[in-house]
Design a protein around this ligand. Structure first.
Ligand code: NAD
Length: 390
């Protein structure tokens, strides 16, 4: 089949198997080019391991620390004329390269929120590893079926408080538009917390502990975002921010418990804004991101998921020194994004950006390139006219 991108709004409904494989190889090569991580973990479970930050974390654990990895994700294989999802091809490629290097891997494609998947992972850890050293929780999901109550919750992206209007960009035609987001109801807030808050992470940790699978010194990490003023009403002060608050409170509770019981730690890592399948869906973030990318590239500070996760492992968690955290106990790898000079310039450009100058003040091409790359398109050396096995 000849596979071309088919974009619908903020999603691409096709993915290119060869392109996805090259993208994984590129990330692996980045990690291998950098010094190996001496004090790294050896048995790593990544929940949300097929795309974005979770995938990059798994690549750093495997190819930077030579760790055995288990990955949980929710992806679709190809069917008839439909390609598989990008995450499915990514996982295949990860397995192929891991095998080539003699690295242990095991994958679980199913709903991380379910008891069934948790049990399958527990059985595998018990059988193959005995204990787990590091658990990374990187799920970004639109909905959750609660395994105990059977309730379905949906996450929304709405401001808590008055409706919020600001500039955004329509990537179908690269036009600057104005968007108004209506206020969240208390039910929207609760449902978003149910999906993206810390309850499922805590359930994973409890289930692993009850099965006796947490190693001494175990580490658990989940990812959060803070971001700039322009996205605060919809992100940090919105429904998703409420969920992140819940996740961060969960981290503090888990940290107390793991410290006492296993001399372990639970951390939140605050990562930078990047183009991923989930972040493309958040209003205002893509315009902010195109401007941020322009400023950070000009300052030589631009990073993708893999650079962020390599820095998290090599310079924050497994540097051999103490883990440096902020006043709220969070690890920060959004330090370059939040630098005063970066934010000042982004704010100035945000005020200025219009249809007349958008290609000058924002890295629109860079955004399109990165977005297509998530689905394996636009990667040098890949023959997109060739018939490929999907
Ligand atoms: P992503 O969409 O690239 O990845 C999400 C992962 O979750 C995928 O592996 C997917 O298969 C998996 N997943 C979704 N639903 C699942 C389910 N029911 N069961 C099992 N797996 C499931 O997202 P991302 O942007 O990498 O986000 C990961 C985390 O990082 C999130 O907590 C997000 O808030 C955080 N984060 C993202 C950014 C950003 O800009 N992208 C910045 C800071 C923090």
């Amino acid at each position: 089949m000849i596979v071309k991108p088919k974009i619908r709004g903020f999603i691409c409904t096709t993915a290119h198997p060869v392109g996805c494989e090259r993208h994984i190889e590129e990330q692996i090569n980045y990690v291998k080019k950098n010094p190996s991580i001496k004090n790294g973990p050896k048995k790593v479970l990544v929940i949300g391991a097929s795309t974005g930050y979770g995938l990059a974390s798994r690549i750093v654990a495997a190819f930077g620390c030579r760790a055995s990895t288990m990955g949980v994700y929710f992806e679709q294989p190809a069917e008839n004329k439909r390609t598989a999802t990008a995450g499915w091809y990514n996982a295949q490629a990860f397995q192929k390269f891991s095998k080539k290097e003699g690295l242990y891997f095991k994958d679980f494609n199913g709903d991380a929120f379910s008891d069934t998947i948790k049990q399958q992972v527990i059985d595998a850890i018990r059988q193959d590893w005995g204990k787990v050293d590091l658990i990374i929780y990187s799920v970004a999901a639109p909905r959750r079926l609660h395994p105990k109550t059977g309730q379905v919750s949906k996450s929304t992206l709405k401001p808590i408080g008055p409706p919020y209007t600001n500039k955004s960009i329509d990537f179908m035609n690269d036009q600057i538009i104005s968007i108004t987001l209506q206020s969240a109801t208390p039910d929207d807030v609760q449902q978003t917390i149910d999906v993206m808050g810390g309850e499922d992470w805590a359930m994973w940790m409890n289930a692993l502990e009850e099965s006796g699978l947490l190693a001494d010194g175990v580490m658990a990490i989940a990812y959060s975002y803070i971001g700039p003023e322009v996205t605060t009403p919809v992100y940090r002060n919105g429904t998703i921010g409420a969920a992140k608050e819940h996740l961060e409170t969960t981290a503090r509770q888990l940290n107390d418990h793991l410290q006492k019981t296993f001399k372990g730690h639970a951390y939140i890592s605050v990562n930078k804004a990047l183009v991923t399948q989930s972040s493309s869906a958040i209003p205002f973030i893509p315009l902010y991101f195109t401007i941020l990318m322009k400023v950070m590239k000009e300052k030589g500070l631009h990073e993708d998921c893999i650079q962020q996760m390599y820095r998290l492992f090599a310079q924050r968690i497994y540097s051999g020194g103490p883990v440096v955290v902020d006043a709220e106990g969070r690890i920060r790898v959004d330090d370059f994004e939040m630098r005063e000079d970066v934010q000042r310039e982004v704010n100035q450009l945000w005020e200025k950006v219009s249809n007349e100058n958008v290609f000058k003040v924002a890295d629109v091409e860079g955004y399109h390139k990165d977005f297509l790359k998530l689905f394996g398109f636009g990667i040098p050396g890949v023959d997109y006219e060739a018939d490929v096995e999907t």
